[in-house]
Write a protein that binds this ligand. Sequence first.
Ligand SMILES: *Cc1c(COP(=O)(O)O)cnc(C)c1O
Length: 361
Amino acid sequence: MKSSLPRIEVSLSQIRENTKKLSKLYMQKGISLMGVTKAVLGEPSIAKAMIQGGVNFIADSRIENIQKMKSAGILTQFVLLRTPLSQAESIVKNVDISLNTEIETLKNLSYHAKTQNKTHKVIIMVELGDLREGVVPYDLPQFIRKTLSLPNLKIIGVGCNLACYGGIKPDNKNMREFSEIVVLLEKEFQINLEIISGGNSANYEWFKSSQDVGRVNNLRLGESIFLGCETVGRKVIPGLHTGAFQLIAEVIESKRKASVPLGEICQDAFGNVSSFLDRGERQRVIIALGRQDVQVSNMKSNSNLKIIGSSSDHIILDGENHNLKVGDDIKFSLNYGGLLSIMTSPYVVKQFTESNVHVAV
Ligand SMILES: *Cc1c(COP(=O)(O)O)cnc(C)c1O
């Protein structure tokens, strides 16, 4: 029987091995890992592979994903990366640790922790220049003082996040600044910050080039575990698998046609007016996948088929010299954006395999 199409084949063993290698590497300088599952919607089998590979925490941005993993029996410390005030009650109920930047939210977490007779652990995020989440360093002492006064909360650490919005690179300068902030806060408030979470998959180069990682003792990794690369220049990390996720789609039409549309050119389905290069008649292949599933700039054919266009549910490829016929499969690799949207598409079947060797198609 033919497997369902389109589908994404996920190699759990490759994810486990990537996690193992990264855990071992980062542990050489005393850094523990949080496995970040948001790009895979908190898929329990992937979280399990990460835990087997050595992560000490599973982190996700969505409470629904954490609930899914807990219901599936995943046992670990769960970290919520993004903390909406409106979900405070459920966060206290479901999550061990949350990342925070707003006093109002912390007040709500404190209230619900008290009501639920619990201590909720928080990591305070510090703004270091990327301009996504974080308390600016100048405001930190006051912020920490207020947080310490809230009952049933425990500040267990601080974190920072670079290379996400502003694309600011983690380097010796901002990472040293982060460590200095840790030292100052501990001294001023006579507290011990247990988790110093210095960043994400973009911290690889900084880590490799630093003799001394300062106070940083944790990183939160998604992309480098999944795709085997760092995220400053998207370079492959030596020894890691880069093909743990493979997208497979079905050819639904393969015909020789002109390369320039016939007739007067107007706006396409998305309001763009395209121009076309006349390359004569070419073999054109259409697959059953579209913008509703993935943006074509986020996918790459493993056999070098050029993608020439897409609409909501058709992607057109130049199939010249590839001898593809209707019903054939085509395999693609994905970048992080592609992985995110494919995993989110309800039309794409998710297939998890233990084997290192994918079945050839
Ligand atoms: C998504 C996310 C991460 C993981 O980033 P990668 O680049 O996938 O390693 C880490 N920290 C926070 C706060 C995030 O939102």
